[in-house]
Design a protein around this ligand. Structure first.
Ligand code: 2M8
Length: 438
């Protein structure tokens, strides 16, 4: 009993600390990932943050998603950043002056009243909207939350499925590493090597004012990010012409999960959901067909410009484990890969590294090239539970909770030592710890 009481007390402490982080990052209409490093609203951060907020402030959770969706473009894209006009222009690079959404994005229907970036991030939003609704169905119904967000979420998925199937095989592709969210993953090294970097003197990296250079992407990476984004902007954010086009397993798996959630939302609103479930099944089949590698025992990325599957093993290739409809004969090898020598969960690591422990490019501190992140941990914890691995899921959950709190809700951690890296007081770390704690 004493042990249980002590556990309960420490859990409550975690809850109030996480709440304090989320409250400090709340701007009145949305939540910043980090006050200093990322002082605006980010798309997939907001979805994860809403999933945590719903337990304490259901109204804030709904508002978080509504604020993001209010910045949607007429072509359906949900921008990866919504800029806060009260933040000084130099505080984050690339800021609104770089993206110039209102002018460069006019043909694609960028909003006039708010400034945004022109690229997207993984579509976790419908899943988040459904979970937020379930946390307080009364408030949701009273505010017409689902009816408000449904058409926007449907348009968002339509944009991805119609404008981003650049490979013609039924999957969505990303046109910039920032879109997939794992910015400097070694998976991008080969497709990025073809891009001529923008000259270093043509931009100033605000991230280095707050982050350690050895924990961040390199200047060469940044030169290429800037070149790709500038080319996309200068083409009026029209799709299909860029030099970088990759089908990513995590991005597509999250779209499948969100399609299923959108089907549940449609049913709740009295609409028919069959077509949505069928679309999710087709997407799952395309994911398996185009990205599954039996040799690697996991999903890989497909480089549409270079041709073929990229051999690098990134954590994104494990994320499809979160799909209930994943064929059984794939779930078992995925779990083996997660717990085997490449990711070492339960033996060499307590959290999931972002990249192959045995890969040549592995670096335990450099951003998405090895450190463990809490959002991917949260997704895989769900996947393990879903596919009949409760003991591994419990251990992962325990480690996520312990390290989130011990590191002051760090952005990411060294996968071996649990040492904090990047920003502290990070939004999705606090939010997802809160969610796991429930
Ligand atoms: C990181 O990406 C941004 C660019 O979008 C950056 O490095 O400036 C990534 O970790 C991304 O996944 C995340 O959404 C964003 C804000 O937390 O930061």
């Amino acid at each position: 009993l004493i042990a249980r009481a002590a556990q309960h007390e420490s859990r409550c402490r975690l809850c109030s600390r996480a709440a304090r982080v989320l409250d400090a990052n709340w701007t009145g209409s949305s939540t910043v990932p980090s006050r200093r490093l990322y002082p605006h609203q980010w798309s997939w951060d907001s979805a994860f943050i809403a999933i945590g907020l719903r337990h304490l402030w259901p109204l804030r959770a709904q508002t978080e998603l509504e604020t993001l969706l209010a910045a949607q473009w007429a072509d359906g894209r949900v921008p990866h950043i919504v800029f806060n006009p009260s933040v000084p222009p130099g505080a984050y690079f690339p800021g609104p002056g770089f993206w110039r959404s209102a002018t460069a994005g006019r043909a694609a229907g960028a909003p006039r009243t708010v400034q945004t970036s022109g690229i997207v991030q993984p579509p976790v939003h419908a899943l988040a909207a459904w979970l937020v609704h379930r946390a307080d169905p009364g408030l949701s119904a009273a505010r017409g939350f689902l009816a408000r967000v449904y058409p926007r979420l449907a348009a968002w998925h339509r944009y991805l499925l119609h404008r981003r199937d650049l490979g013609g095989g039924g999957l969505v592709c990303v046109v910039h590493p920032w879109e997939q969210g794992m910015d400097n993953s070694p998976c991008w090294d080969a497709p990025l090597a073809r891009i001529t970097p923008a000259p270093a003197r043509s931009f100033r990296r605000a991230d280095l004012d707050h982050g350690a250079p050895e924990d961040r992407p390199t200047d060469l990476d940044y030169g290429r990010y800037v070149r790709l984004a500038a080319d996309y902007r200068d083409a009026g954010y029209a799709d299909g012409h860029g030099e970088f086009a990759v089908e990513d397993p995590a991005f597509n798996a999250l779209l499948v999960a969100s399609e299923h959630a959108l089907a549940l939302i449609a049913s709740e609103l009295g609409a028919t959901a069959t077509a949505r479930h069928a679309r999710a099944e087709r997407l799952t089949a395309a994911l398996v067909d185009r990205l599954w590698s039996p040799e690697a025992g996991m999903f890989l990325c497909r480089d549409l410009r270079g041709g073929g599957l990229l051999p690098e093993r990134g954590v994104a290739g494990l994320v499809p484990l979160l799909l209930p409809s994943l064929p059984r004969e794939l779930a078992a090898p995925l779990v083996r890969t997660l717990t085997g020598p490449h990711f070492g969960l339960g033996s060499r690591t307590r959290l999931v590294p972002s990249y192959d422990l045995l890969g040549e490019a592995f670096d335990p501190h450099r951003y998405w090239r090895g450190p463990a992140w809490f959002n991917t941990g949260w997704l895989l914890e769900r996947g393990l539970r879903l596919h009949g691995e409760p003991a591994t899921a419990d251990a992962l959950r325990g480690a996520l909770l312990e390290l989130a709190e011990a590191t002051g809700f760090a952005e990411y951690v060294d996968p071996f030592t649990g040492e904090a890296c990047g920003a502290s007081g990070f939004g999705w770390t606090a939010a997802l710890a809160l969610d796991l704690h429930q």
